[in-house]
Design a protein around this ligand. Sequence first.
Ligand code: MG
Length: 306
Amino acid sequence: MDVRLFEVSPRDGLQNEAAVVPTREKVRLIQALVASGLRDVEVTSFVRADRIPQLADAADVLAALPESSDVRFWALVPNTRGFERAHAAGIRCVSTVLSASETHNQRNINSTVRESLSALGRILSDAKAEGLRTRAYISTAFGCPYEGAVDPSRVVDLALALTAAGADEIALGDTVGVATPPGVVDLVRRLEAAGIPPESVAMHLHDTLGMALVNALAAWQVGIRSFDGAVAGVGGCPYAPGAAGNACTQDLVHLFEGLGAETGVDLDRLGEAGLLLGASLGRTLPGRYHQWWAGRRPTNGARSVG
Ligand code: MG
């Protein structure tokens, strides 16, 4: 595998949807994603059910998934309680999240960045002591909806602290979708200069301004080989006109396969997973490759909402 796609639709996609998808449909989606060749899938978040009711069934989803030696199922653990629940549910791979900007962290996680860092540091070191795989998201790594530009040296400092605490991988989140290629290249190079090589960094891009693929290409050119995607580009707020979601996994596969890099993902099978998700949500999903593919697909009578 030359490029690793890290699928976030069951977590990052569904948490932003008004609809609550039944557990069995989530499990079917995750199985379809795995059948397409994806080997890293973030399946849920152990967040408080009153905060994100869409993911209240985290332990049930995990329990319904088959153990597999070659597929990594990830869960986001926003805090210590979430980590305890995920651990009790038998998770092997955990991700944590904080924001690079103070205001976004306050609004999203309700604590200061310093408080988050110390809480997540304990989770990451406990997770490593238990032999788990770990990743740490740094949200608003390229810009904050409240504060605007984010100082890249702040992101580097956070990445160093999270790595020292036990993060195997840093996922740089372009939460607002405002990154541009020079900013991506600059941050990757700064991290490398500080001792965090591109192999330990993943890009979590958003397509709000249509820049996800350009930024992915820029990151690939400076050595990044791990990219987060959501099938069919799910993840934007359906009630915010013009808002776009996560980088569409099919768009990323199409880009990298076009560059001659192997992803291990079958685009037709991934498209079918996207149709399943569209049917669960009852709407047409925005990903560009997904819409193009769905439009060309033989309909043979019954056609799913996709
Ligand atoms: Mg996202």
